[in-house]
Unconditional design. Structure first.
Length: 214
């Protein structure tokens, strides 16, 4: 796997939605902003029907990867996979890239390498990846479509999930799980971009204030 030619991204882009993650955030800030995003966005709007249970069980792990290098980021992802192997009480890990991959296309390169890493390490069928990014755009949507906010987050991140737990949660879900993505996209459009941007900014602001108090 060759990584030398992959660009390093440390710029602060102007997103179509108007939200730009702070470049000078501490690790504690990045984790707190992400945790608040899970609570006030993902759980509050029930975008993931299984998230509230894991939050209540305190089984969500948060890991911050400093810097913007691809090789270092993949190594950190590998470490988090080993961490999940060793810690059965943890159901899932949000790997947060607070300094890099702010350009969405560069992030998609990281995602491709991350998927390849799972395959190379024989983790297919054991773990799966979900992707979140401040500039996330679905293939069939416009950049300014509020539906993209189902996957827009305070920072670029990769979500590691246990395959067996996902399957168990799907089997236990009372509704039709295939209807969830469409329902979420429509809900985001009802909320509107202005409100959704304000949520992301509120997460970052609250995390900064908490960090200053500490």
């Amino acid at each position: 796997m060759t990584t030398d030619a992959t660009p390093t991204d440390t710029t602060t882009p102007e997103t179509a939605g108007g939200y730009t993650p702070p470049l000078d955030a501490s690790e504690a800030e990045a984790i707190d902003a992400t945790r608040q995003w899970v609570e006030t966005h993902i759980i509050a709007d029930n975008l993931c029907p299984f998230a509230a249970r894991e939050m209540a069980r305190n089984s969500i792990q948060y890991a911050v990867v400093p810097g913007a290098g691809l090789e270092r980021s993949l190594q950190a992802l590998g470490d988090e996979l080993l961490n999940l192997d060793a810690n059965r009480d943890a159901e899932t890990t949000l790997v947060i890239f607070k300094d890099g991959f702010r350009d969405f296309d560069t992030y998609l390169e990281l995602l491709d390498y991350a998927e390849a890493l799972l395959e190379m390490q024989d983790y297919e069928g054991i773990y799966q990846l979900a992707s979140f990014h401040p500039e996330y755009v679905f293939e069939d949507t416009e950049e300014d479509d509020a539906a993209n906010y189902t996957n827009r987050s305070p920072y670029p991140m990769l979500h590691l999930l246990r395959e067996s737990s996902v399957e168990a949660a799907i089997n236990a879900y009372a509704g039709d799980v295939e209807e969830v993505p469409g329902r979420n996209e429509e809900l985001m459009r009802e909320r509107g971009v202005e409100l959704l941007v304000s949520r992301l900014k509120a997460c970052a602001h609250a995390a900064r204030q908490a960090d200053k108090q500490d």
